[in-house]
Design a binder for this molecule. Structure first.
Ligand SMILES: Cc1ncc(COP(=O)(O)O)c(C=O)c1O
Length: 370
């Protein structure tokens, strides 16, 4: 056999540089490994998706998988489900892709992305890939939505304002009036209201889509619906704005399995409501237990709570892991030193979490008193 001759001369890979923005970016690796435990770390559904969804997926044939997925009909179903026109809804590969394509479609050189912080990490990650500037507005120590300072930070360059409502990792909310006032104060910008945790809060501004000209709402199927692995989200917004977003979106980014699952999920409201009720019950029990244990936490309208563990935050996360319970240390988030976010699951799961936290608190007391 003759050795293969390279078709081109050897390339010096150091000569091939990415765009300047990409060069400056670190890789983002959320801690996804070894998660066969009680998952109170990613605000997922901690149990299962609807059995009807699983049955629908199991009915997919081998031939079905040979075709490119068609998003349109399911997009129309989702729109109908939300009381919107098909043109006002785009299905995406999770809300993450929705954020990505919004940044791609709208953020240009000189534009500003305005963010209350701490908040969901991916807004910054996708904006950092564009030539826009990120403007952060720190929430006060009680993590209330920083309404006044956010409005004061709006400039003629503001192009996108991203507000997670409820917010992660804090669980705090902006009121409908505050959101409307932000939209009115920045008529030249898009207000993205990310309602990933809507089901645990119950309040929405999705009914204002089309009436408030610069309002876009995001919803995910990763949380209450329990479909995080399938990557399903959506954007709801005025048709003229979504038309630009469709230009940068791959026609195939939502796969057939996800589309089949979504069709079934939208038809099984009973399961969704049952799961949400479980979480709301568990949330009340868990917050009560945190108070009893003397731990500070912040009011939450989501399926998680931010807890002040203090200097021992790393030891706490490790001790919980040793008990088979995963939690998320948010100490690296702005203003969150010593704070750990704990997802709320079912009442039984949270009883287990309370027992583990109680153990940790008692052991700490022993360390301090010895
Ligand atoms: C506020 C917020 N938006 C979006 C997402 C991600 O949603 P998806 O799984 O649909 O990409 C998360 C996930 O944690 C979140 O906290």
């Amino acid at each position: 056999m003759t050795p293969m001759t390279p078709l081109t001369p050897m390339t010096d890979l150091n000569c091939i540089q990415p765009r300047r923005r990409v060069l400056q970016m670190p890789e983002y690796h959320p801690p996804l490994g070894n998660r066969d435990s009680l998952r109170l770390d990613f605000n997922e559904n901690t149990l299962a998706c609807s059995p009807a969804v699983l049955a629908a997926i199991q009915s997919i044939t081998a031939a079905d998988l040979t075709r490119y997925p068609e998003r349109g009909p399911v997009e129309a179903l989702a729109a109908q489900h939300l009381g919107l026109a098909s043109e006002q809804v785009i299905l995406t590969n999770g809300v993450d892709e929705a954020i990505h394509i919004l940044c791609q479609a709208f953020l240009d050189t000189g534009d500003e992305l305005l963010l209350p912080v701490p908040t969901y990490t991916m807004y910054e990650i996708y904006a950092a890939q564009t030539d826009a500037t990120i403007i952060r507005v720190q929430a006060p120590a009680d993590f209330r939505f920083p309404f006044e300072s956010l409005v004061a930070a709006i400039t003629p360059r503001t192009k996108l304002i991203a507000i997670a409502n409820p917010n992660s990792p804090t669980g705090s909310v902006a009121t409908r009036q505050q959101l409307l006032a932000v939209a009115a104060a920045a008529p030249h910008a898009i207000l993205l209201v990310d309602e990933a945790y809507f089901h645990f809060y119950g309040q929405t501004v999705i009914d204002l889509v089309g009436q408030v000209p610069n309002l876009i709402v995001a919803r995910t199927f990763s949380k209450a619906y329990g479909l995080a692995s399938l990557r399903l989200g959506l954007l709801a917004g005025p048709e003229p704005l979504l038309r630009f977003v469709r230009r940068v979106l791959s026609p195939y980014s939502v796969n057939h399995v996800a589309l089949v699952a979504l069709t079934a999920a939208l038809q099984d409201e009973t399961y969704l409501h049952w799961y949400v009720e479980e979480v709301l019950q568990a949330r009340a029990l868990f917050l009560h237990a945190l108070t009893r244990l003397g731990l500070q936490y912040w009011p939450t309208e989501a399926n998680f709570v931010l807890v002040n563990i203090g200097a021992a935050h790393k030891e706490f996360a490790n001790a919980m892991r040793a008990e088979g319970i995963l939690v998320r240390d948010r100490s690296a988030d702005p203003g969150c030193e010593g704070l750990v976010r704990i997802t709320i699951g079912t009442p039984e799961q949270m009883q287990r979490a309370v027992a583990a936290i109680e153990n940790f608190v008692l052991n700490q007391l022993k360390v301090f008193s010895s």
